[in-house]
Design a protein around this ligand. Structure first.
Ligand SMILES: [Zn+2]
Ligand SMILES: [Zn+2]
Length: 240
């Protein structure tokens, strides 16, 4: 009854083909048709690099060991999915979006990012923004990945400054400035212990959209005192 009522108020339909569905926003056919990025780029020089690993010669320029991006935001369906999820607060899109990440990681090199000693985390929202949105869209997806790969999820970072959103800032240098000093480490003693133990961990940061990588670089810089072996980022889409 409740479900029927909900269906009348919020009918489920595929965001791509508009077919009516029972309990999701993406039909199976459209899910498999989503274009995944075939080529990954080095986060420092933005030239092609297998699996998005930072080139050995670029390691001095970024604290990130690699960035993996699943989709291109220029694709209409990708825009529609992320927009509904992020700005229309359609929380149940977290599942298909996480599935897209899992699918594209499986097609590439999942083991590079997730080994037995990995901690997964998400780009945090400022508490004010979190209250307004009701959920952290990156964290939702990160937690779904964590449970699928059986890896611990931890809120390693706190956003201590409520800076203007990056997408409202036009230029890369200004974006870098806008994000500087925005994050600090969350105080989780046992995680610190895990990461500082002799077998050092990988940290994987999850975000929804990236354009200039400024936010992810800043997150990684903030995580450096934990001395992880590698800091990787996994992102749904490369933005405009
Ligand atoms: Zn469809
Ligand atoms: Zn490079």
């Amino acid at each position: 009854m409740r479900k029927t009522l909900l269906k009348i108020i919020y009918p489920y339909y595929c965001l791509s083909c508009k077919n009516e569905l029972n309990d999701s926003y993406l039909c199976r056919e459209c899910f498999s048709a989503i274009p995944l990025l075939k080529e990954q780029l080095c986060p420092a020089c933005e030239k092609p690099s297998p699996f998005g690993k930072t080139h050995a010669t670029c390691r001095q320029k970024t604290p990130l060991s690699g960035v993996f991006v699943a989709m291109d935001y220029k694709e209409k369906i990708v825009q529609r999915l992320i927009h509904q999820y992020k700005y229309k607060f359609v929380k149940n899109l977290a599942e298909p979006l996480a599935n897209i990440l899992i699918k594209s990681l499986a097609e590439q090199n999942k083991e590079l990012f997730f080994n037995t000693n990995t901690v997964i985390t998400a780009v945090p929202l400022h508490p004010i923004r979190l209250r307004w949105r009701g959920f952290n869209q990156a964290q939702f997806i990160a937690q779904k990945l964590a449970s699928r790969f059986n890896i611990p999820y931890e809120n390693l970072l706190i956003r201590s400054k409520n800076n203007p959103t990056q997408k409202d800032i036009p230029q890369t240098p200004l974006r870098q400035k806008n994000i500087q000093g925005v994050f600090r480490l969350n105080d989780i003693p046992n995680v610190k212990y895990q990461i500082e133990s002799p077998i050092k961990s990988n940290i994987v940061i999850i975000d929804d959209i990236t354009t200039t990588l400024s936010t992810l670089n800043e997150c990684a810089t903030t995580l450096l005192p934990l001395k992880p072996k590698n800091i990787y980022a996994i992102v749904l889409a490369r933005g405009l």
